[in-house]
Design a protein around this ligand. Structure first.
Ligand code: G3I
Length: 303
């Protein structure tokens, strides 16, 4: 039979989307999600403030809905995200020093253990670098400098030794200070024996902004002994044509497919209707649930 959906073409890499269970009542949304993708990332449901809004009181329900959806439709799950400077609950942001360190380790251990066996990869750290390549001055950095980095990976590895553990960031697809700092950090962590297995390139992009050397950047990272993935892809129209947007989607997927060690591409929501970006139609499906030409073009690249 003729393969009609993205996931049917995804033999070399997985093809995924961020999903939100709050949209599952929208039948067209869940149908497309189940038919098209063999991977999903919870868009918000595993973030600290949502999953542990008060100390030790876990709200697993929404995240479990996504994990069950993945199991029902034979999809893998990228866990997102353990440590971030956003979505830090109020009860955590008032802590410091040893108390903060203890709840950090406890949160990672509890969450990773709860979902052990159903998560392919965790974004252990998200967005820890600034644009100039310095460490972002987060509650984590301000309290522990860089020591929390290894501690977070060690805690996640202890809780689920089979999960791939990622560092994830944006604007790192370019040849810039941030990307170079990320490269040096991953290299350093690998040399210290820290259990880091992957680097996520969010790739919130724009027509005309996909760098022509993206594939060589991905390849450079894989040479450090980690896998890489495009983890949050969307491409703002930037005043350009839909054809140009199609080309940009194709370019990014091609870049991943061409690099052995680039394991998958995840859209940050697949449909304009539910994108975190309310303008510039950045997704491969339009708000009327119609696949844009990008979808067929991506299928061709996946073959
Ligand atoms: O669910 C509540 C709703 O009950 C309430 O009425 C409403 C009022 O503001 O807020 C809703 O929550 C919002 C939530 O998205 C669900 O829509 C939050 O305010 C809003 O801050 C949250 O934004 C998310 C953002 O991360 C911050 O966590 C976006 O959906 C999500 O797409 C975005 O994703 C991030 C990645 O995690 C990391 N990389 C960048 C990416 C885009 O910012």
């Amino acid at each position: 039979s003729i393969a009609a959906h993205l996931r049917d073409h995804a033999n070399k890499i997985y093809i995924g989307s961020a999903l939100a269970p709050s949209h599952f009542t929208d039948a067209q949304y869940s149908t497309i999600a189940a038919e098209e993708f063999n991977s999903l990332t919870p868009e918000n449901e595993m973030k600290w403030a949502n999953v542990e809004p008060s100390k030790g009181k876990y709200n697993y329900g929404p995240a479990e809905k996504l994990v069950e959806f993945a199991q029902q439709y034979d999809m893998i799950v990228r866990g997102h995200t353990l440590i971030w400077h956003q979505e830090v609950p109020d009860w955590v942001s008032v802590l410091s020093g040893d108390d903060l360190h203890e709840v950090m380790i406890d949160h990672i251990t509890t969450l990773v253990t709860h979902f052990k066996g159903s998560i392919y990869a965790w974004d252990v750290l998200n967005e820890i670098l600034d644009e100039d390549g310095s460490f972002r001055k987060t509650i984590w950095y301000n309290n522990f400098q860089t020591q929390y980095i290894a501690d977070a990976f060690e805690a996640a590895a202890a809780a689920d030794p089979d999960a791939k553990l990622y560092i994830n960031d944006y604007s790192t697809e370019y040849s810039n200070n941030k990307s170079e700092a990320l490269y040096n950090l991953v290299k350093e962590l690998k040399s210290q024996g820290v259990p880091i297995h992957g680097v996520g390139f969010q790739t919130h992009s724009s027509v005309g902004k996909v760098p022509s050397d993206f594939a060589s950047t991905l390849k450079k990272f894989t040479a450090l002994g980690v896998e890489v993935a495009i983890t949050e892809l969307d491409i703002r129209l930037n005043g350009q044509s839909e054809d140009a947007q199609t080309e940009a989607f194709v370019e990014v997927v091609k870049d991943c497919v061409s690099v052995s060690g680039c394991v998958g591409v995840t859209f940050w929501e697949f449909i304009d209707k539910y994108s975190w970006i309310s303008e510039e139609t950045p997704c491969p499906w339009d708000s009327n649930y119609q696949a844009k030409p990008a979808v067929a073009a991506i299928e061709a690249v996946l073959e």
